[in-house]
Design a binder for this molecule. Structure first.
Ligand code: PEP
Ligand code: MG
Length: 603
């Protein structure tokens, strides 16, 4: 990551004119956004105030301690990030974050909040806000620029505490001016889900890995996005000109007229290329030698359905049902889920919808469910484990899916399955739900929808032959399969360079699971992010996969690749690749194969 400040008069918050600043990160959402900055971070947090019963005071103090511990972790993560900044900027930021960490450990602020909770019997959010107000009052009589800066620091730490206590997005994006580019330290998938792609030009964040759910959400909204940008929030002013280059993984703040002209030009050619690809919408996904491939869409939000149909998707290969649980403090009941799913299925007009049961946990937090706790949330009570632990969740979700399945073809997909036993338990719940629906006289899918599993845990891939006997279909989730096989947090930008689906271990697991499915004659598709990247298409088809599910925006590019491909040659190349043990050599063999193929628009 690199920072260049071409005008060294420009310094943070000085009000002086700034020079152009070029920052590098991970380009995760293709396209180029040109607009003005909207800083998603500062600003007072609206928190409720209420009284806490004496019996609950200990729990309230514990809730506060949890929020403070989370804040310390977040600041420590920012410190690691600061170390990657060049020279004085990194050092200065490091000192500031040190001060934040000190404040979070037994400072006057922390002690004051704890005292207020107990003495005034109020909730932790209110106690934080009152304590800050008092500290600020004490300081404000002294006219000293050093103290003024400390006041800002205390406010910042206080806001962080309140945000953690609320656990929900604290600032909706309804006030974002049209065309603004959102810059943030971090955006959660739930924050990102609130963005209106018609208003927002693009996003850039300090934290986050390329396969994080925030990145996936940005791609599905079609937003140019760059994440993992060190130093992004440093000294940037709201409302200043900015370019987010999601293709090149670059953010330019205060671009010079020459830079702007260059980016305007590349944006036009990018949009032209994208329009040209829409010509492929109605042509089939067939290789040069006649092999048919099914292309489906992954969706995160119901608002994407139009784009799915526009892109010519044959169905929805992965509906991430987490959206039903986002940005709320309660859990949706069966009826609410049914209504939303039914509407979505009807809009798909006969195309199959593969609905995945809740995959909360990891980097997808649903505060109402209390997931994502513990040292290793990605290894904790996530996905199907949570659903089986809280059977009322699974019950309501399966009932809603079965009822919605009366209005169009559906399949049920289970996330993060690692044993046949989990599948057996889900079948038991499903039987119970069916009996209940029958007793109620409710209308539901007949015959019952196929029940499939995600292959995204290495253990599941290695036991795929056993799982294939008990499930109706497989969907290979390479995002998590890569994360768990290589022990690389997919949402952590500091290890993003090590995240590599072309690692031979990952490829062998994909191959093993695919072959197990083909032997058991059950359908197998692949729905990880590599499904939407034309670089991988030849290899995946060569391994025997004929069904790919991806972000709708990627369908035309992948279809174009398929139409230029010779399957016999791709299969031969896949065999050579599978004999390799070095991921660098694998990448080279794949890239050579791709560049040898003609790349003109087919159809
Ligand atoms: C995957 O893990 O590859 C997948 C498709 O699921 P998600 O990205 O939602 O974890
Ligand atoms: Mg997954």
């Amino acid at each position: 990551m690199k920072t260049e400040v071409s005008d060294d008069q420009g310094s943070a918050g000085s009000g002086e004119p700034f020079g152009e600043t070029v920052l590098d990160g991970l380009g995760v959402g293709p396209g180029i956004a040109i607009g003005t900055t909207y800083l998603h971070d500062a600003g007072a947090v609206q928190a409720p105030e209420y009284r806490v019963a004496t019996a609950n005071l200990d729990a309230e103090r514990e809730r506060f301690a949890g929020a403070a511990a989370r804040a310390s972790k977040q600041v420590a993560k920012l410190q690691t990030k600061a170390k990657t900044l060049p020279g004085a900027a990194g050092e200065e930021l490091g000192y500031l974050l040190d001060a934040y960490l000190q404040m979070l450990k037994g400072s006057r602020l922390i002690r004051g909040v704890e005292r207020r909770i107990v003495e005034q019997r109020i909730n932790a959010e209110a106690a934080v806000q009152q304590e800050i107000a008092e500290i600020v009052r004490g300081f404000s009589s002294v006219n000293d620029s050093y103290l003024a800066a400390r006041i800002e620091d205390i406010r910042e730490v206080g806001h962080r505490l309140v945000r953690n206590l609320l656990g929900t997005p604290y600032k909706p994006f309804s006030t974002v001016p049209a065309g603004a580019v959102i810059l943030a330290e971090e955006l959660t998938p739930a924050d990102t889900a609130l963005l209106d792609p018609k208003r927002v030009g693009g996003i850039a964040t300090v934290l986050g890995g390329a396969e994080s759910h925030t990145a996936i959400m940005a791609r599905s909204l079609g937003l140019p996005a760059v994440i993992g940008v060190a130093g992004l929030m440093r000294g940037v002013e709201p409302g200043c000109p900015v370019v987010v280059d999601g293709n090149g993984g670059r953010v330019v703040i205060n671009p010079t007229p020459e830079t702007l002209a260059r980016y305007r030009h590349s944006r036009s050619s990018f949009l032209r290329g994208r329009r040209a690809l829409t010509r492929l919408r109605n042509v089939p996904a067939v290789t040069r030698d006649g092999a048919q491939v099914t292309l489906q869409a992954n969706i995160e939000l119901p608002s994407e359905v139009d784009a799915v149909i526009q892109a010519g998707a044959q169905g929805i290969g992965l509906l991430r049902s987490e959206f039903l649980f986002m940005n709320r403090d309660d859990v949706p009941g069966e009826e609410e889920q049914y209504q939303i799913l039914r509407d979505l299925i009807e809009r798909l007009d006969g195309r199959t919808v593969t609905i995945r049961t809740l995959d909360a946990g990891g980097d997808k937090l649903a505060p109402a469910l209390g997931t994502g706790i513990g040292n290793n949330p990605a290894l904790g009570l996530r996905a199907i484990r949570l659903s089986l632990h809280r059977p009322e969740l699974l019950d309501a979700q399966l009932a809603a899916i079965l009822r919605a399945g009366a209005h169009g073809p559906v399949r049920i997909l289970l996330p993060m399955v690692s044993t046949v036993e989990e599948l057996r338990q889900v079948r038991e719940v499903l039987d119970r739900v069916v009996r209940r629906l029958k007793r109620r006289g409710a209308e539901f899918a007949d015959p019952l929808p196929p029940l499939g599993v995600m292959i995204e845990v290495p253990g599941a891939a290695l036991a795929a032959d056993a799982l294939a006997w008990h499930s109706d279909f497989f969907s290979i989730g390479t995002n998590d399969l890569t994360q768990y096989t290589l022990a690389i947090d997919r949402a952590d930008e500091t290890v993003a360079h090590l995240y590599n689906p072309l690692h031979p271990a990952v490829l062998r697991l994909i191959q093993f699971a695919t072959e197990a499915a083909l032997r058991a004659r059950i359908p197998v598709s692949l729905c990880g992010e590599i499904a939407g990247d034309p670089r991988f298409t030849a290899l995946l088809l060569g391994l025997g996969i004929r069904d790919l599910s991806m972000s709708a925006g990627n369908i035309p590019r992948v279809k174009q690749r398929i139409r230029n491909l010779d399957l016999v040659a791709a299969t031969r190349r896949a065999r050579v690749i599978m004999d390799q043990s070095d991921s660098g050599r694998i990448a080279q063999l794949l890239d050579d194969f791709n560049s040898a193929e003609p790349d003109s628009l087919a159809g």
